[in-house]
Write a protein that binds this ligand. Structure first.
Ligand code: ADP
Length: 647
């Protein structure tokens, strides 16, 4: 139509100006009668002021120029021209200018005709404008729609449009990823992600949203298509389509992992507090076992390696018979302790996930308890309710790390207390042991001196000899005790120096036995020797004497007067010395610690002794490349065995 308008303008040698109805700016489209120069000039200079076209546009009335001069810039002289406004709906869309080369007036018919032309041109232009605007609006709408669609498609949050009764009308790809159903599967159906127990509450929230309340920050425990649980943060608001009832726009974000992470952090923080609550080993073990039940496991077991390398279940939580080893069993636990690496069965195998204890299917985690580069044992977690994943494993390992630290602290604390107890006991014994002989010694010497003062030269030499013998025994005993004490500090500082000389062990044993003879005789303890000949080696004479002295004095002290037998032979190239007694024996639980410093298996009240002799003996024997061991049955007697490299 615009083309038609231009054609009219061209045909009449006139021009066509258009008015932008929005900005009211007037632009020249074409002026057929103009020279190109003039047209260009007119194009840039808007019609203003008293120009005929401007006037007709301003007044919305035709301007007839019947006797004027030729318009400036026209190709031909155009003394007659007409400017007609193109008016539609009372607004000027443009103006048509007809220029005539011959001066003449416009009669009624001509005016009516030109006005009719202008009227039709205005109608056509208006329609064209309307059409154009409609097309533009449609294009803009299309574009807006596409943008919106792209946003919905790309959104990481699930976006859904729901009817107030929960029927799904829109379902974006994020919703599909989050919940598992495709748009085709859910559109037109009631939202399946809401479990029945939450359905009423959810419907209620949709109704509230429909009434205009924006529901922000709601949490929904939903379920996915595969049945797994999903935690959702939900925003719901009302949208009101132009033609249709109001709908609910729901946006959902999956916060399952975030919530798990937060719960795990809370759990670990709580566990830290619980573990720090006690330094008692047994209580700590119980606490460790109970930490993860029931939040993360149905059953939890704590396993520790004992000193002999065996593995024991020391605490359990979550039922089961006392003493019963919880699943997955000792074999798995031992593998984990040996390798230091966790083992897991993450999934529940097919079939009914009945209770693990009833032998049904279950998932488990077994993680090592490690501290200071050492594996103390392992923790097991078992459940028949769900599968374990990497996050569960990481949590179990972190819990095990903290538990191991707590157990280590508890055992260090126990050792420290034990050491302090031993030291205190040692101090009380040491002061007693050192003081008693000195008192006796002082009495002995005073009585001898008093006797001498009284009797002078007549003092009975036999009494003097016996008195001096007693003094000598006390002094020797005292010297031994003091030497032991000196040895302790020397050995603790690692300053044991050996003087190795060629030695025949049988001769040394005989020598020590001879020294002990009077004491054995006094207590009525028979002493038997069975010594292989020529057992030779490079050994420290004084130190071996000390070891033998210690073993024989122990046999005498704890032997209850039963025969003591010392045997010497050579076994597999090693000199073997055994000191056997039939005395009080040693309880099993004391055996492992007997060779430790200050350790004693008897009460200080019944037997004196520092608890140092065996420790010193072990240091000496080991320094010479040998070892010392004991076999003992409580109440029946003990056999101490020393083996030394021979030759
Ligand atoms: P002590 O000076 O206390 O005898 P030892 O180190 O020689 O120290 O011995 C440590 C502990 O070992 C003793 O306190 C005692 O309980 C036990 N013991 C050592 N020898 C024997 C033995 N022949 N029979 C029974 N118990 C023994």
């Amino acid at each position: 139509v615009l083309e038609q308008g231009l054609a009219v303008a061209d045909a009449t040698g006139g021009g066509l100006w258009l008015v932008d109805p929005d900005t009211a700016r007037v632009t020249l489209l074409r002026c057929a009668g103009c020279t190109p120069d003039a047209e260009e000039r007119l194009r840039r200079v808007p019609l203003t002021g008293e120009a005929p076209a401007a006037r007709c546009l301003r007044d919305l009335r035709p301007v007839w120029l019947e006797r004027g001069d030729a318009l400036e810039g026209m190709k031909k002289p155009a003394p007659s021209s007409a400017c007609l406004p193109l008016v539609a709906d009372g607004r000027a869309l443009g103006a048509l200018v007809f220029a005539f080369s011959v001066p003449h007036g416009f009669d009624e018919d001509e005016r009516a005709f030109l006005q009719l032309v202008a009227h039709h041109a205005a109608q056509a232009l208006s329609r064209a404008r309307l059409l154009e605007r409609e097309q533009r609006a449609r294009a803009a709408l299309r574009e807006a729609h596409q943008t919106l669609e792209a946003i919905i498609q790309a959104s990481p949050a699930a976006i859904m449009l729901l009817d107030p009764d929960g029927t799904v009308r829109l379902w974006n790809p994020a919703a599909e990823r989050m919940l598992g159903w495709t748009a085709e599967e859910v559109t037109g159906k009631v939202l399946p992600a809401v479990p029945p127990e939450h359905w009423d509450a959810f419907r209620h929230s949709l109704e509230r949203a429909t009434r205009g309340t924006v529901l922000d920050g709601a949490h929904l425990a939903g379920r996915r298509r595969d049945g797994s649980a999903v935690q959702l943060a939900v925003w719901t608001g009302r949208v009101h389509p132009a033609n249709g009832p109001p709908q609910c726009l729901s946006m959902m974000v999956d916060i399952t992992e975030r919530q798990r992470g937060e719960a795990a952090q809370r759990f670990l923080a709580e566990a830290g507090g619980v573990l720090a609550g006690s330094l008692e080993e047994e209580e700590t073990l119980e606490r460790v076992a109970h930490l993860a039940v029931p939040a993360y496991a149905e059953t939890c077991g704590v396993f520790l390696e004992d000193e002999s390398g065996g593995v024991r279940c020391v605490a359990t939580a979550g039922g089961g018979e006392p003493g019963e080893v919880p699943p997955p069993g000792l074999a798995v636990v031992m593998r984990v302790i040996q390798s230091g690496r966790p083992e897991t069965r993450s999934g529940l195998s097919d079939g009914d996930p009945t209770s693990a204890r009833a032998g049904g299917t279950f998932a488990y985690l077994c993680v090592p308890l490690q501290v200071r580069g050492h594996t103390l044992g392992a923790l097991t977690f078992v459940t028949s309710k769900r599968a374990y994943d990497a996050q569960d494993l990481a949590l179990a390992q972190e819990l095990a790390r903290r538990a191991a630290l707590a157990l280590d602290n508890a055992s260090l604390y126990r050792d420290a207390r034990q050491a302090i107890r031993l030291r205190e006991e040692f101090l009380s014994i040491a002061s007693h042991e050192l003081k008693t002989p000195i008192s006796a010694l002082v009495l002995q010497v005073q009585s001898l001196m008093a006797g001498l003062a009284r009797s002078g030269a007549q003092f009975d030499p036999e009494r003097l000899r016996r008195g001096l013998e007693r003094v000598d025994r006390q002094v020797k005993r005292q010297t031994l005790l003091v030497n032991d004490l000196l040895d302790v500090s020397r050995l603790s500082a690692g300053k044991l120096e050996l003087v190795l000389v060629p030695l025949e062990l049988g001769a040394l044993v005989r020598e020590v036995a001879e020294r002990f003879e009077p004491e054995f005789a006094r207590s009525g303890t028979p002493l038997e020797l069975s010594l292989a000949p020529e057992v030779r080696g490079q050994w420290d004479r004084l130190r071996l004497d000390q070891v033998l002295t210690n073993l024989m004095s122990n046999a005498l002290k704890y032997g209850r007067g039963n025969p003591v037998r010392v045997e010497l032979d050579v076994v597999e190239g090693r000199a073997r010395l055994r000191v056997k007694d039939g005395g009080i024996g040693i309880a099993r639980e004391h055996l492992p610690r007997l060779f430790h410093r200050f350790e004693r298996a008897v009460s200080e009240r019944n037997y004196g002794g520092f608890g140092l002799g065996l420790w010193i003996a072990r240091q000496i024997v080991e320094a010479m490349g040998g070892y010392i061991e004991v076999d003992s049955v409580l109440g029946e007697g003990s056999t101490f065995r020393v083996e030394l490299p021979h030759g």
